[in-house]
Design a binder for this molecule. Structure first.
Ligand code: SF4
Ligand code: SF4
Length: 153
C-alpha cells in the first residue's frame, strides 16, 4: 500500500513544474510588496530628523552637524514607518534584502548641501516716460481800456 502511494507521488511529480527556481541562472523576482531594506535618496533629504523620531526601534540616526543619515540595518524591522512620515519622500522600501552578516551593519549616507533657492529677481518698474505737458499758449492780456483811449486822442 505504501509503495503504491509513493509511486503515485513520484509519477505526479514527473509531469509537474519544479517548485524551485534554477537560481542563479533564473533570477529571483520579488513581489511588489516585498520589504527588503530601507533606501534613501540623499539629494532630497533635508535632515529634519522626523524619520529618526518616529522609528520604533531607533534604527535611524540623523546628524545635522556632520550632514549624515545613518541606519543600523539589524535594528530595522522594515515596518515602513519612516517611509510614510518623511516629508520629502526621499525614503523608500527597497525590495532586495541586505547581504546576510554576523556583524552589525551600519550604513552611513552623506547628505549633500541643498542648493539655495535663487533670489527672486526684483522686478523694477520700468521708468515711466515723463509726459511733458504740451506748452500752453499764454493768453495775452487784452489791452487796457486806458491805453485804447490814449491811442484815440
Ligand atoms: S529622510 Fe526624510 S524624514 Fe528623514 S531626515 Fe531626511 S527628510 Fe527628514
Ligand atoms: S522601517 Fe521601521 S524600523 Fe526600519 S528604519 Fe524605518 S521606521 Fe525604523
Amino acid at each position: 500500500m505504501g509503495f503504491y502511494k509513493i509511486g503515485k507521488v513520484v509519477l505526479r511529480s514527473m509531469f509537474k513544474k519544479p517548485a524551485t527556481l534554477m537560481y542563479p541562472v533564473v533570477p529571483r523576482t520579488w513581489q511588489d510588496r516585498t520589504r527588503g531594506h530601507i533606501g534613501i535618496e540623499e539629494a532630497s533629504c533635508i535632515l529634519c530628523g522626523i524619520c529618526a523620531k518616529k522609528c520604533p526601534t531607533n534604527a535611524i540616526e540623523v546628524s545635522r552637524d556632520q550632514r549624515v543619515w545613518v541606519i543600523e540595518r539589524m535594528q530595522c524591522v522594515q515596518c515602513g514607518c519612516c517611509v510614510e512620515v518623511c516629508p520629502k519622500k526621499c525614503l523608500f522600501m527597497n525590495q532586495e534584502y541586505t547581504t546576510p552578516s554576523t556583524e552589525k551593519t551600519i550604513d552611513r549616507f552623506s547628505i549633500p548641501e541643498q542648493p539655495k533657492p535663487a533670489p527672486a529677481a526684483e522686478s523694477k518698474p520700468a521708468p515711466a516716460a515723463d509726459p511733458k505737458p504740451a506748452p500752453t499758449a499764454e493768453p495775452k492780456p487784452a489791452p487796457a481800456a486806458e491805453e485804447t483811449a490814449k491811442a484815440a486822442e
